[in-house]
Ligand binder design. Structure first.
Ligand SMILES: CC(C)(COP(=O)(O)OP(=O)(O)OC[C@H]1O[C@@H](n2cnc3c(N)ncnc32)[C@H](O)[C@@H]1OP(=O)(O)O)[C@@H](O)C(=O)NCCC(=O)NCCS
Length: 179
């Protein structure tokens, strides 16, 4: 076989609320890597005022059954009673399209909100990812420009997202392609 072997990809990931300091720090580092370095949307740091009230969610690669690294993240917040917003969805490049991490993060984000009384869940989705969300039962409300890039303001069909009250435990996802 030519070329270097593919990077190691854990066979299982846990998607959960970020409850440990290293999980919160790992989520911040992944966001900087994806939104500042890879996409160039922000200069140096992508943190904003929403982080003070948002609940961070992480996907952790597991090694020998132990959580090892933050490889995915999203955050949710409630700007007004019943209305929840998801933002800063990111999966580490080498973990994309291997373990449904993006879809699993979206699932826990919305299901955590529904467990907390959400009656409307929305997000500004980069247009190139709108199809991913449509497949997860989201619909486009309008198309807008944000950070100089085209976005869809989308809303989740909550009947597809039953409440998940135990976000601190989260759930395990299995990888399609493992090392
Ligand atoms: C968008 C992102 C989070 C998706 O994460 P991911 O872990 O690759 O997504 P998943 O593996 O859960 O994808 C679920 C399904 O949607 C598909 N999919 C993934 N990204 C897609 C896209 N942009 N458009 C259409 N389908 C997509 C996957 O192939 C998979 O399909 P399958 O189950 O038939 O194989 C990831 O690509 C990412 O971090 N991108 C950079 C950051 C970014 O753009 N964030 C803003 C999101 S609005």
């Amino acid at each position: 076989m030519d070329g270097p072997p593919p990077p190691f990809v854990a066979s299982a990931h846990r998607v959960k609320l970020a409850t440990q300091a290293w999980e919160v720090a790992g989520a911040a580092a992944l966001r900087r890597q994806v939104f500042c370095v890879e996409q160039g949307l922000f200069d140096g740091d992508d943190r904003d005022a929403i982080d003070a009230q948002a609940i961070p969610i992480v996907a952790l690669a597991e090694l020998c059954g132990m959580p090892d690294a933050v490889v995915g993240t999203v955050r949710i917040h409630q700007p007004e009673p019943g209305l929840w917003i998801g933002s800063r969805l990111a999966v580490a490049e080498e973990h994309r399209r291997v373990g449904s991490l993006g879809a699993s993060l979206i699932r826990l984000a919305v299901s955590t909100a529904t467990a907390r009384g959400c009656h409307c869940f929305q997000a500004h989705v980069q247009s190139r990812n709108a199809l991913l969300f449509r497949r997860l039962r989201w619909t486009t409300l309008e198309e807008v420009e944000l950070h100089g890039r085209p976005h869809h303001r989308m809303q989740a069909d909550l009947s597809h997202y039953p409440p998940w009250p135990d976000g601190a435990q989260g759930f395990l996802t299995l990888t399609r392609r493992a090392a």
